[in-house]
Design a protein. Sequence first.
Length: 82
Amino acid sequence: MARVVIDVMLKPEILDPQGKAVEGALSRLGLAAVTSVRQGKTFTLELAGDVDDTTLAQLHTLAATLLSNPVIEDYVIREVTA
């Protein structure tokens, strides 16, 4: 069994109002060391079996067509150990 995490984030050039709101709240809470916040989504998938090239290609299709909007978002797929 394998576990895969897909992180989806707005592209750097896209305005992130939710991240800016959190950033403002952090400074008001005294966490001035935080200089920037970007909000995103994380999907954790548990797979039967190992991640091979075919499975990885299917995960890229899933991430690009269902989990993200490729016009405004980037994604990263990473396999994690239990």
